[in-house]
Design a protein around this ligand. Sequence first.
Ligand code: SIN
Ligand code: MN
Length: 267
Amino acid sequence: MQLDRNQMDRFHETGYLMLPNLFSTDEAEVLRRAAAEVYALDREEVVREKDGVSPRTAFAAHCYHEAFRRLGRHPRLIEPVMQLLGGPVYIHQYKVNAKVAFNGDVWQWHQDYGTWSRDDLMPEARAMNIALFVDDVTEFNGPLWIIPGSHRGGVYEAGHDLDTTSYPLWTLDRATVTDLAERGGIFSAKGKAGSVLMFHGNIVHASSPNMSPWGRTVVYLSLCHVNNHIRRFKRPEWIAHRDFAPIEPLSDSCLTEPMPAMAEAVA
Ligand code: SIN
Ligand code: MN
């Protein structure tokens, strides 16, 4: 799948692009079931909220669940990113983010490339996210907030927040966020299950807690140009991957083709 000229221009200008209903409701349903299976696993990759119970994020699910393995090689996700990054890509990070009903916690204001450069020594911001909404994302269940145009300022100063949530993050201070939001506003990324959001590695983003009775799972593929792979292996392999081989996309129908049950799936 290729973006048209207008979509490419909008991405470069604002740092993000929504592709509503890119996946069908049947495909989203396959992933909803897969996410429930993954959240039920007792593995170190499945990070819980501070309550120790609610799933917050499942890292590297493409390494231990067949549906997520296929999604990690899906042409509707991989090809537009190859187009924007100008060549072959590998998976730097893979997250299935829960934001459960009532208990889903905040993601503080941050830039992903801020972490990739500081922690993983990724040379350039030649990496980005493509996110698939597995559930409907509404104003109530913690949509991602994005500051349009914030990718144009490079990497902003940040502090390492180890306390606010169960997951450490390099976060931006209020003055920086205020200044950027006064210029760019805030875009709230809402959409039906199956919708896709692409955003630049330097976009400033956050999400609020989920006080609603509706959970929302969003899968984030962080893809990096193969020549721009990380140089430092400080974080666990399942948070910052070290397989830099180019992804070969599968067929467009891969998610709805027969799949082995989880026990037989990839180890
Ligand atoms: C992230 O920024 O990595 C995740 C944010 C979210 O899922 O709300
Ligand atoms: Mn992020």
